[in-house]
Design a protein around this ligand. Structure first.
Ligand code: COA
Length: 235
């Protein structure tokens, strides 16, 4: 199964990009207090419109998105392209990376994480299963943060594929070790089935970790490309 991933850097807020947002997106954009959060949001949604437009053979302004939360219905959930034969999509952003994953026919989740200061031991205690904590405990001190964010990006990709995000606790499924190919080894939640979850690590560049999960039986053949020009061409 083919899976496309686009990487962009947060783009300047040009009038043309802002005009592509719908009313709910414009409200969310205005509610972000930090400019960088606004730009990551703007870049993710306009990149999604640009890529979906190509896929559907329409103009970017004709792409309709629905990001209704599965739980409360507010427009802060996983975005969905509203169209016949719409592809499945997932967005993630961290630092100066914005990722968009797109695949036909199966749910997808993508996550990118900047390797940063964090209480990794405490976070691992809360979010890792006993097997994962045991594997993490064997990582040398110098590699702890990178190993932690490898796990974290993989786990978040999986929960994002469900469409429910972190409301599916990360501690309910066990992943392979950070230095092994990504896979779900066991699960206690019906939301995540090891038999039908396929994963791939992505290449976000130094100081980042990123991963992708699809719910299907075919391994995704991932193509990663830069989307900076695509976003710039929007105007
Ligand atoms: C989705 C979630 C995992 C994002 O984590 P994060 O590390 O802060 O951010 P990321 O950049 O990796 O991902 C954010 C993107 O995930 C997508 N997203 C939002 N909700 C999602 C969900 N439930 N499932 C999958 N993807 C989701 C959106 O595209 C969002 O970016 P955008 O709004 O700019 O388009 C986290 O916010 C979450 O779990 N949210 C839902 C939790 C919940 O229970 N909500 C119910 C409240 S009523």
């Amino acid at each position: 199964m083919r899976c496309d991933v686009w990487w962009a850097r947060p783009a300047p807020a040009t009038p043309r990009l802002l005009a592509l947002l719908d009313d709910a997106e414009r409200e969310r954009y205005g509610n972000y207090r930090r400019e960088i959060d606004q730009l990551r949001f703007l870049t993710g949604r306009t990149l999604l419109r640009a890529v979906a437009a190509r896929h559907l053979g329409v103009e970017p302004e004709a792409v309709i998105l629905d990001a209704s939360c599965y739980d409360c219905g507010k427009p802060h959930g996983k975005p969905r392209v509203v169209a016949e034969r719409a592809p499945e999509v997932s967005i993630s952003h961290s630092g100066d990376r914005v990722a968009l994953a797109m695949v036909d026919g199966v749910p997808v989740g993508v996550d990118v994480e900047e390797i940063r200061d964090a209480e990794v031991d405490e976070l691992a205690r809360i979010t890792f299963t006993a097997e994962e904590r045991a594997a993490f405990g064997r990582v040398p001190e110098a590699g702890l943060r990178a190993a932690f964010f490898t796990y974290w990006a993989r786990k978040e990709a999986v929960v994002k594929a469900t469409g429910k995000g972190m409301s599916v606790p990360m501690s309910t499924f066990t992943l392979s070790a950070h230095d092994a190919p990504p896979a779900v080894l066991a699960s206690e939640t019906p939301e995540v089935d090891p038999a039908t979850t396929r994963m791939a690590d992505l290449d976000p560049g130094p100081d980042y970790r990123a991963s992708l999960a699809v719910f299907g039986t075919e391994t995704p053949q991932v193509t990663e490309r830069s989307a900076d020009q695509l976003v710039a061409d929007l105007g």
